[in-house]
Design a protein around this ligand. Sequence first.
Ligand SMILES: *Cc1c(COP(=O)(O)O)cnc(C)c1O
Length: 432
Amino acid sequence: MKYYSTRNKNEFVSLEEGVTRGIAADGGLFMPERFPVLTRSELDKIRGSASLAETALIISNRLFGDDIPYGSLAELTEDALNFETPLVKVSENIYALELFHGPTLAFKDVGARFMARLLKYYYKENEEMVHVLVATSGDTGSAVANGFLNVPGIMVHVLYPRGQVSPLQEKQFTTLGGNIRALEIEGTFDDCQALVKKAFADPELRESMTLTSANSINLARFLPQSFYYFRAWSQLQSDEIVISVPSGNYGNLTAGLVAREMGLPVNTFLAASNANDVVPEYLASSVFSPRPSVQTIANAMDVGAPSNFERILDIFSSKHERISRHLKGYSFSDDQIRTIISDVYQKNGYILDPHGATAYDASRQYLAEYPESRLVFLETAHPAKFPEVVNKIIGKEVEVPDRLQAFASGTKHSILLSKEYTDFRGYLTGKY
Ligand SMILES: *Cc1c(COP(=O)(O)O)cnc(C)c1O
């Protein structure tokens, strides 16, 4: 399989080049030259499969099977996806697909662990050290840092906005040491993302070191996220589902659209956002106007210029009419998010995290309008990752899983940098 840039469909790179470059030289995002359509028998196998890893192998064999032998792919998917994505009924016709059963309790474990093992596979082949740059508003940093920790041939640099990441999240990527560096940037998430993009667009820098991105702009993080959409469908055993996705950079939702292109029988996706609502606004008005992000209590979705929007346009040939046929937008204020968490806890005994809460409420609104539907919303993180928000709302302490608690005891190590590119570049080239 070859991959093209969303900004130039005539030039192709291999899977290895795509994953190690992260972003195309022209600033576009890589997309597979075609979406393999799963056969009836593959879909049946997915319906009958017993685990995420098993589902993932069937799909990744179609996506990556030309490039990686089946045995290596089996090893890779089993090692990366050694946890489950249970489907839990929350209320009548609304189910949570819990994506927080991986090591850092967030859905980003799926893509991050897959990508790390893919880079390791290529490192074994040619031994070239890769520097991974990742901008995070919270969960990406921890998932990437933990997914890549001690993976040979990889150095990870995590950029995060100072003071805008929850303390426990911060611990998850600042305490690891080894091949993981944490860079505390005096700016916003968008500033961090801009620094990473500038580094990728800096030809001299790229000449001197192999840089890649582990944000959802990297195809190896984004494509594996399609696996659990199939898993949701096979767990619910229904052909009438609508899937609701709490969205920030839109990598997760775009992976759902890819799953659909590959044959997942889901026609409608709900794009649930917090106050950073440029995509719902686009769906309603056909005008896309990215702008600086605002801070909310669903902070992993505080993105004002969602990178993967470019991929959504690409999938639907930039036709607003086609996009809005498959995507419905919803946005929620912090107060609304608090109310949802409280209501669902009191009525259904289920504790939502602030991100999943937006997707739950979008599902509830959709169901009110189309009562025949069955909805799956993606519960993208465990509520215990946001105790500052959730405990107050539900009036008790969310139980903290042991593997999360373990991070709290580490000591933070970070490097403080301004949001100026020259400083970041200086750090990378060793002048700091
Ligand atoms: C990253 C994140 C999101 C947003 O996902 P995108 O792929 O950026 O749209 C939603 N919820 C949580 C908990 C996250 O960490």
